[in-house]
Design a protein around this ligand. Structure first.
Ligand code: ZN
Length: 166
């Protein structure tokens, strides 16, 4: 298991634009494997490559709407369709201990490549739609704090952990 260090707010890598992946090689596979381990270890629901200091358009996220939960790898992802709006509490592994209300679509469809370069589409509802948006924004150097409408005291959050850090 190879864990990568998760950068936190204040690190300028988090504000940069990530480049498209062109080579679906062993190096990409190692990055994806390490990101899977790092996400699992963090207890979060999503992780984008710039959060571990790699400026490539790569994301791993946990689809909690599948049974069992599925870890999804997204290379060069793009949100291509959204529906609805939900006001939800959000957090981020790169902004530890900070939570706030943001408005996200209730449903989203993403288009991405897998680790071998094959294109696919995937739909997500609720927290998965939220995660699609949050993670792809990381690839353009944006943090969720830009969208926060109201900050929340973490101690006021319920203990059901529905609002995982991304
Ligand atoms: Zn995040």
């Amino acid at each position: 298991m190879a864990l990568r260090k998760i950068l936190t707010e204040g690190d300028e890598q988090l504000l940069k634009h990530s480049r498209k992946v062109e080579k679906f090689d062993a190096r990409l596979h190692t990055l994806l494997d390490d990101m899977r381990d790092t996400l699992t270890n963090s207890g979060g629901v999503g992780l984008a490559a710039p959060q571990v200091g790699v400026l490539r358009r790569v994301v791993v996220l946990l689809d909690i709407n599948t049974e069992p939960e599925e870890m999804v790898e997204l290379v060069n992802p793009e949100v291509i369709e959204t529906r609805g709006a939900q006001r939800v509490v959000e957090g981020c592994l790169s902004v530890p201990g900070v939570y706030g209300y943001v408005t996200r679509p209730t449903w989203a469809k993403i288009r991405a490549q897998d680790r071998d370069g094959n294109w696919f589409e995937r739909e997500g509802e609720g927290i998965v739609a939220q995660c699609f948006c949050h993670e792809t924004e990381h690839l353009d150097g944006h943090l969720f704090t830009e969208k926060v409408e109201e900050y929340v005291d973490p101690e006021d959050l319920e203990q059901d952990d529905e609002d995982g850090a991304e």
